[in-house]
Write a protein that binds this ligand. Structure first.
Ligand code: ASP
Length: 454
C-alpha cells in the first residue's frame, strides 16, 4: 500500500483532478490511499466568508459562499457520471456553511471550534468529489471521512493527533478497504474522541498523509505538489538549483524549519518513526523522479545538501550590563517571548548581550517595552537568515572556511553553529541575501554528486 497526497493546486479544477486520476491509475497496483487538500484556495475563502459573517456582513458572506459553491459545482459536474449525486453533496455542505454563517453573525464571534468546522468543509467536499471522479474514470473508489479515523486532542485549529486511537481506526477501516478499492480521504481534518471536528493546523494535509501512511504501514508516502522536489537552494532567491534526489529525514526537517516551503517538518514525524520513505513529487511533471526522504542519510561527496533561507526576519539585540555575572538573564528574556507567543528561531549570546531572530514581528513593540525594563534593546528589521544543511557539518573540518570565503563581500551579523550537527546558520542584511546564496551555491555545488543530485 502507498499513500498519495495531492495539495490544493493539484485538485483545483476538473482538469487538475483528471490529471490526478491519471497519476493514481498508473500506480493502482500498489494499492494507493489518496489524501487530498481542499480545491484550490478553498480554505482561505471559507475563512474569509466567516470573517465577513463575524462583522455581521451576512449578505457579503452569502454572496462569497455562493461563488465558492458555484466553483465546486462547475468543476465537479464535469467529473462525475451522475451530476445529481454530486450536486446533492455540494448542496448539503453549503447548507451547513450557511447555518454556520448565521451562527457566527448572531454571536459576532468565531471561536476556534467553529473555525475548525468551517475550514474543514473544503477537504470534506474535495475528497467526495475526487472519489466520485475516480469511479467515473474507471477506478473503483471508497470515500472515508477522515473525521472517523483521525482522532485528535481538542486544541482546535492546531490539534495534535491521538496516535494509538487513529492508528487502530486506520488499520481497521482504511487498510482492508484499500485491498480492493482506491480509498480517498480529506487531509487536514479530524475529530476528538467525542466526534467534535478539529483540524491539524494550516497546511495539515501532508501531516494527514504521514499519519495515514504510518497507520496502515504503507511502503511509501508520496506528497504530490507543484514543484519538482527539494532543491539545493531556494528558487525564489536564486534560480537554477539542483534537484536533491535523496535526503535524510533530519536534513529535510532542518530545511523545513528554516524556510524551505516544500514540506512541513511535523509531516515527517509519524513516517520517521515507522521508517517509511516520503517522496516529494510534481503532479504537473509526474515523470520527474522527485525527492526521496529516507531515515538514514546516504553517502554524498558534497558536505552541504541545501541552502535554505528566511528572506525577511527581525533581529532583536538585548544588552544589559546589570547581567554581568548574574544568573537568570536568559530565563527573563525568554519568559517575555513566551508571554507574547513569539517563537525565536536563532540565538547568539555573549556574557551581557543576547541577539535573537524572530519571524513573526507582530509583537515587537510590546516585546521591546517589556525587555527595556531591564535591558537596552535594538531592533533591526529587514534581515535575512541563511541556513546551510548537510549531514555532520559539525564534525567536518574546513566547512567554516569555505562558508566565510564565499561570504567575503558580505557582512555577517550573527552566526549559530553546533547545536544541531547538520546546520550552520547566519544572519545578514536582506539586501545581501541573493549575493550570499549565489556565492555559497557556487562554492558548494560546483561539482554535485550525481548519486544525490539531479
Ligand atoms: N486546506 C488546508 C490549508 O489550506 C490544508 C492543506 O491544504 O494542507 O491549510
Amino acid at each position: 500500500m502507498i499513500v498519495m497526497k495531492f495539495g490544493g493546486s493539484s485538485v483545483e479544477s476538473a482538469a487538475a483532478i483528471t490529471r490526478v486520476a491519471g497519476i493514481v491509475k498508473a500506480r493502482v497496483g500498489r494499492r494507493p490511499v489518496v489524501v487530498v487538500s481542499a480545491m484550490g484556495k478553498t480554505t482561505n475563502r471559507l475563512l474569509e466568508i466567516a470573517a465577513l459573517a463575524k462583522q455581521n456582513r451576512i449578505d457579503d458572506a452569502r454572496q462569497k459562499a455562493g461563488e465558492l459553491k458555484t466553483y465546486h459545482m462547475v468543476e465537479a459536474r464535469q467529473l462525475v457520471a451522475d451530476a445529481s449525486a454530486v450536486e446533492a453533496i455540494i448542496d448539503r455542505h453549503f447548507a451547513e456553511l450557511d447555518a454556520m454563517i448565521q451562527a457566527i453573525a448572531l454571536l459576532r464571534d468565531f471561536p476556534p471550534s467553529l473555525i475548525d468546522a468551517v475550514s474543514g468543509l473544503g477537504e470534506r467536499l474535495s475528497s467526495q468529489i475526487v472519489a466520485l471522479a475516480f469511479d467515473k474514470l474507471g477506478m473503483p473508489s471508497a470515500h472515508v471521512d477522515s473525521r472517523d479515523v483521525i482522532h485528535t486532542d481538542d486544541r482546535h485549529t492546531q490539534a495534535a493527533p491521538l496516535y494509538p486511537e487513529s492508528y487502530a481506526k486506520l488499520k481497521a477501516v482504511v487498510a482492508p478497504l484499500a485491498e480492493t478499492k482506491v480509498v480517498v480521504m480529506g487531509g487536514f481534518i479530524g475529530s476528538t474522541l467525542q466526534g467534535v471536528p478539529t483540524t491539524l493546523g494550516r497546511g495539515g494535509s501532508d501531516f494527514t498523509a504521514s499519519i495515514v501512511g504510518a497507520g496502515i504501514d504503507a511502503e511509501e508516502i508520496q506528497i504530490w505538489t507543484d514543484v519538482d522536489g527539494m532543491l539545493t537552494c531556494d528558487p525564489r532567491i536564486v534560480p537554477g538549483g539542483h534537484l536533491i534526489k535523496t535526503i535524510s529525514f533530519e536534513e529535510a526537517a532542518e530545511l523545513a524549519y528554516f524556510g524551505a516551503k516544500v514540506l512541513h517538518p511535523a509531516t515527517v514525524l509519524p513516517a520517521v518513526e515507522k521508517n517509511i520513505p516520503v517522496l516529494v513529487l510534481n503532479s504537473r511533471r509526474p515523470e520527474v523522479q522527485g525527492t526521496r526522504i529516507v531515515s538514514e542519510s546516504v553517502p554524498c561527496r558534497n558536505i552541504i545538501k541545501s541552502i535554505a533561507c528566511k528572506p525577511n526576519i527581525t533581529v532583536m539585540k538585548i544588552h544589559s550590563l546589570r547581567m554581568l555575572m548574574a544568573h537568570g538573564f536568559l530565563r527573563r528574556i525568554f519568559e517575555i517571548f513566551d508571554r507574547f507567543e513569539t517563537p525565536v528561531d536563532m540565538l547568539s549570546t555573549s556574557e551581557v548581550s543576547v541577539s535573537v531572530t524572530i519571524d513573526d514581528a507582530r509583537h515587537v513593540e510590546e516585546l521591546r517595552t517589556e525587555l527595556e525594563k531591564f535591558a537596552e534593546v535594538e531592533i533591526e528589521p529587514q534581515r535575512a537568515l541563511v541556513c546551510l544543511v548537510g549531514d555532520n557539518i559539525r564534525g567536518t573540518a574546513g566547512v567554516g572556511v569555505r562558508i566565510f570565503r564565499a561570504l567575503q563581500t558580505v557582512n555577517v551579523l550573527m552566526v549559530s553553529q553546533g547545536s544541531s550537527t547538520l546546520n550552520f546558520s547566519f544572519v545578514i542584511a536582506a539586501e545581501d541575501l541573493k549575493q550570499a546564496v549565489q556565492n555559497l551555491h557556487a562554492e558548494f555545488f560546483a561539482d554535485p554528486d550525481p548519486e544525490v543530485f539531479a
